[in-house]
Ligand binder design. Sequence first.
Ligand SMILES: [Zn+2]
Length: 188
Amino acid sequence: MNISETNTSHTTSQTKSGLKFCPKCANSLEERILEGKARQACTVCDFVFYRDPKPVAGVLALKDQKLLLIQRGNEPKLGLWSFPTGYIDIGDTPAETAVREAKEEADVDVELDELLGVYSNESRTVVLIIYVGRIVAGTPAGRAEALDARLFVPDALPELAFDHDYHILEDLLRPKTDSQQTEFPINK
Ligand SMILES: [Zn+2]
């Protein structure tokens, strides 16, 4: 799955600005300022539509000191490169999603080593949970929405699709301090 900068919805009743009708009583929604933010609230019952960012998981998959990237086959940023990422389906963990997306988009099996960090995209519509892992089987090949999938040396990467991709990459390439290594062990 490809992550876009806008929050594309899985339901047809939801527009970019939110719902049109109350899912509880089917009356109209109106924009109201609640807790200091513009929200859509029902004109009849007590329903308030709280828009949440969607959780996304992905992996920086390494092999022989090279980084796996996939070439986007969808707008926005069609043709640019990014990491395998995808929306977390209900019932799946973030780690399972990261492994699944590497298989679906790049046809490789990965094992996760650690959580790199938690990020937002520029429009704050997703929360990205990004792992570091290793390719343990398979040769990268573009699958699903990915036009291509390849390994790159970190100092010769193609243009990346999103500003947050560069932010994530900085964290991968930054040398770890002693306090980061073992103070907060990660339960996988
Ligand atoms: Zn209502």
